[in-house]
Structure formats: structure tokens, C-alpha cells
Design a protein around this ligand. Structure first.
Ligand SMILES: [Zn+2]
Length: 239
């Protein structure tokens, strides 16, 4: 596994506004604190989200983009890119793989963070079809698409984007985590990031307690002392 000191840039690729904050915002805060540049790529605008029937649906994409940009700032991320795919209808198509390979070649990250392509039978709510599609397309974009100069040749020939090899992928929300990050200190910023997604979290009165309970359970699985909070990942060597 790469030490954080070997990592200059991280690219996070997730399906919806708020996914990265539920799964990894505490970890991301520790990365940006360490001077790592983190870029978010959000595949949809979350336009099928929210709870307020009276809020005009046509305005939801702009609202959710703004919420994600505000949430990113809470953990030191200032570069947020949206691909504008329709919420609830994402598939791991060649088009999505090309779009993700493009972002990978533009950002040139050492580490990519994404979602799990596998269905989690213990926590089915984490395995939204969009999450699985984005997780799958991201892994395909990391290997082979972004690193193979002959994959999607238009990226190189027309857009002048050279092939790029991502050395490591971190999967959040997976079935088989093999690495844990202690986020006890950064938890307040993770909570602030989640609260920035007001259209999603304002109605959840017990949000902080819900998160603390879940993250404490993860910390326990990591073997951390009582009172600690952690996020879990499966880390893949993709060098
Ligand atoms: Zn989601």
C-alpha cells in the first residue's frame, strides 16, 4: 500500500452527490490535511434525490451540485467535476468508461477512490445500482482504459490526453474491507460535509448518532480502542 507521502493526487469517483461524504469524507480530510490534492468526480447530479415534493424537480441538479461543492470545502476539496449522467439510470457502459478514463488522464491521480461494484448483502442500502455501475466502470477505466494508449484513441489523438496508470484504488462500502482509517479527529468535518447536503440530510434528526454508531462499529472491527471512529476500505494494488 502506498504511504500518503507517496501520493500527490487522489481522484474520487462516485455516483451521487453525498456518496463520497458518507463513505470517505473523514479520510479525505486527513489526506488534504497532509497536503494531498483531492479532486471529486460525481457521475450524476443526484436529480432523483431529495424529499420535498414541493421543490421544483428541474432545480434539483443545480441544488445538489451546489451542496456537493459546499460539502467538499468542509474537507479541503476545491475541485469538483460533474459528468451529468441521469440519477438512477447509470450503467457501466463504454461511454461511461471513456468519460472516466478521460477524467483520470486529466487529473493523473496516484490513488483513485470509488464505490463497490459488488452487492453488499449485509447492508443492501449501500449497493444502489448506480453505485455498483460506477464502481465497475471506474475499475475498468483504471485498468485497462486509462493506461492503455490504444484504448479510446480519441482521448489521445483528439484531446491530447496521454495514458495514465493509477497505482492504487480504494473501494468504500465494499464487502471485504482490508484497511481502516481512524477518523476520530476529522469526524466533525465529515459531519459538516454531510450537513451541507441539506436536501438529503436535513430531515435526519439522528444523523450524528447514526454516523457515530456505524463508524464506531467500523473502528471496533479495525481493532481501535473504544471511543474511536473509523472508515473502512478495500485497497487494491493497481500499479
Ligand atoms: Zn448514492
Amino acid at each position: 500500500m502506498l504511504a500518503d507521502t507517496e501520493v500527490a493526487r487522489v481522484l474520487s469517483i462516485t455516483a451521487h452527490p453525498d456518496d463520497v461524504d458518507f463513505g470517505a469524507a473523514g479520510t479525505i480530510a486527513s489526506w488534504t490535511d497532509a497536503g494531498i490534492e483531492v479532486v471529486y468526480c460525481i457521475v450524476t447530479d443526484g436529480d432523483a434525490g431529495g424529499f420535498d415534493e414541493n421543490f421544483p424537480r428541474a432545480e434539483m441538479p443545480a441544488l445538489r451540485r451546489a451542496e456537493q461543492v459546499a460539502a467538499a470545502k468542509c474537507v479541503g476539496v476545491h475541485d469538483v467535476r460533474f459528468l451529468g449522467y441521469p440519477d438512477g439510470r447509470v450503467e457501466a457502459t463504454l461511454e461511461l468508461r471513456r468519460d472516466l478514463a478521460r477524467v483520470i488522464r486529466q487529473v493523473r491521480p496516484d490513488r483513485v477512490l470509488s464505490q463497490s461494484p459488488e452487492r453488499n448483502y449485509v447492508r443492501p442500502g449501500i449497493s444502489h445500482p448506480d453505485h455498483r455501475a460506477v464502481g465497475s466502470a471506474t475499475l475498468d477505466a483504471v485498468y485497462p482504459d486509462a493506461r492503455n494508449p490504444f484504448a479510446f484513441p480519441e482521448l489521445r489523438d483528439i484531446e491530447d490526453l496521454a495514458a495514465w496508470t493509477v497505482r492504487e484504488v480504494w473501494i468504500a462500502g465494499g464487502v471485504t474491507p482490508n484497511h481502516y482509517v481512524d477518523i476520530t479527529e476529522t469526524f466533525p468535518r465529515k459531519l459538516a460535509a454531510l450537513r451541507a447536503h441539506e436536501s438529503q440530510t436535513a430531515q435526519r434528526a439522528g444523523l450524528a448518532d447514526f454516523l457515530r454508531t456505524r463508524l464506531a462499529r467500523t473502528a471496533e472491527a479495525a481493532g481501535l480502542p473504544a471511543g474511536h471512529l473509523a472508515e473502512g476500505f478495500q485497497v487494491l494494488d493497481t500499479a
